[in-house]
Ligand binder design. Structure first.
Ligand SMILES: CSC[C@H]1O[C@@H](n2cnc3c(O)ncnc32)[C@H](O)[C@@H]1O
Ligand SMILES: [Zn+2]
Length: 439
């Protein structure tokens, strides 16, 4: 018998790689934070002696979900300014509230709330863009979660940095401080083509190539953004970004609701990635991303919630369902963005976009044991003909029972093992009183 740390015995294991595979009565064997094997449960019993065994008789076990576009600390601003279009929301409400309140303490409490919400909802990794990313990295790793931390850049002074040079300097210090960490990678995160000048974007492209880091940016979120750019520069934002040298396998563009046939070809040819945020796009009436068209052209599309001030939650089950439903409506085809595709977008496609698919994103021997268990035993999830269909169209984040990141159990029977819910709630109440004048 081979000694391992943990054996998870599940009704179904859905590894995501190979695609469209459902394994009945299978187990995941874990040692030293990594998946040793995915194998039939009867064979696992004959092969492994485990320190911990988790029996999940009515559960689907899937790769931990990857929220590929967040502003985690904005969890302090849930519902602060609703039912507004992007630019009114951002410039008249969010930026002023951030100028008044954002600090390391704000980020500490906001990120802790976001990490608790995401872990309880089966998310094991997120790609963040927000002020004080060093605080985000500390809080996230203390809770045991995986993170792609944004080295942010915006062309105006904030509590985080005064000048573009200072943003870059702080970003590079973050990159150095976390290099080699098992849970943290870094990505350049210039805010958007309308808030960061081309000289800076070109500099970011050079640094990103040197350091082999992705570049995470909001792009073509609305038709107005594209029209403004054409009016002032004669070019669409994506063309300007390409001229800055940004389009590449490291380019990860959030939103992309406006995209021409030629742009789809350029995105595919350069190996760029799209971070689809269907719920935030609907809530701000920003537009619809043609996901199936992008996928058919060979563009990798991952899934993100955006921040809770524009969603208003960090629920990747809701996001998968929304992506599948809107994907069909936009394509005019019920077969578009099917359930397996939505699950892949929320797992392996996110890992590919962040450049960490060698380590996570699927239940594959050798990868980190980033795992989510979803109980499909509830009445509202029965009967089960196809567990992937159930995960995307019927189940919700409240059906998540267990979560592991790098083999460490962080959620057990729905309880957060590394975070204090009551303390987080108290902090949320205190911040609500401070931010009330901005609501
Ligand atoms: C430079 S830190 C990130 C910055 O982005 C703002 N933000 C949040 N959601 C969106 C969105 O959907 N579009 C554009 N900008 C967004 C956030 O408030 C921070 O200021
Ligand atoms: Zn965003």
């Amino acid at each position: 018998m081979e000694q391992i740390d943990t054996l998870i015995n599940a009704r179904w294991v859905i590894p995501v790689e190979p695609a469209r595979t459902v394994l009945d009565h299978h187990s995941v064997a874990i040692r030293d934070g990594r998946i040793v094997a995915v194998l039939p449960t009867d064979e696992a019993h004959r092969t492994y002696q485990a320190d911990h065994v988790r029996e999940l008789d009515s559960h689907a076990v899937i790769p931990g979900l990857i929220n590929a576009h967040t502003h985690a600390a904005m969890n302090l601003m849930r519902g602060i300014a609703d039912d507004l279009p992007l630019m009114t929301w951002l410039q008249e409400h969010i930026f002023p509230a951030e100028q008044a309140h954002v600090s390391p303490e704000f980020c500490q409490d906001g990120v802790e709330a976001a990490v608790a919400e995401m872990l309880a909802g089966g998310v094991t990794c997120f790609n963040d863009m927000y002020f004080f990313p060093e605080v985000t990295a500390r809080v996230t790793t203390q809770a045991g979660m995986r993170l792609s931390a944004g080295m942010i850049l915006i062309d105006f002074p904030t509590a985080y940095a005064d000048k573009p040079e200072e943003y870059i300097e702080k970003g590079l210090a973050l990159h150095d401080a976390w290099r080699g960490d098992p849970l943290v990678t870094t990505a350049f995160a210039p805010h958007a083509p309308y808030t960061v000048g081309e000289e800076r974007l070109t500099h970011v492209a050079t640094l990103a190539a040197e350091l082999d880091c992705p570049v995470h940016i909001h792009v073509h979120e609305t038709a107005d953004e594209v029209n403004q750019s054409i009016a002032t520069t004669g070019e669409r934002p994506l063309a300007r970004l390409e001229a800055c040298g940004l389009l590449s396998p490291g380019f990860i563009a959030a939103h992309m609701t406006q995209v021409t046939e030629t742009e789809i070809e350029r995105l595919a040819a350069t190996g760029s990635h799209i971070l689809h945020c269907p719920e935030a796009n609907m809530k701000l009436a920003s537009g619809f991303c043609p996901v199936q068209q992008l996928l058919d052209a060979g563009v990798n599309v991952a899934l993100g919630t955006d921040g809770v001030a524009s969603n208003n939650d960090l629920d990747m089950f809701g996001e998968m369902r929304s992506a599948a439903l809107i994907g069909k409506a936009v394509a005019g085809d019920a077969a578009a963005v099917d359930a397996d595709t939505a699950l892949a977008m929320a797992t392996i496609n996110g890992a590919r976009a962040l450049g960490i698919d060698g380590h996570t994103g699927s239940l594959t021997a050798g990868k980190a044991a980033d795992i989510t268990a979803v109980d499909l035993g509830a009445l509202e999830c029965q009967p089960v003909y196809n567990p992937v269909s159930q995960l995307v169209y019927s189940a919700g984040r409240h059906h998540v029972s267990d979560v592991w990141v790098a083999g460490r159990q962080l959620v057990h029977h729905g309880d957060l093992l590394t975070l204090d819910r009551d303390r987080i709630l108290n902090r949320l109440h205190a911040w609500r009183d401070k931010l009330l004048p901005n609501a």
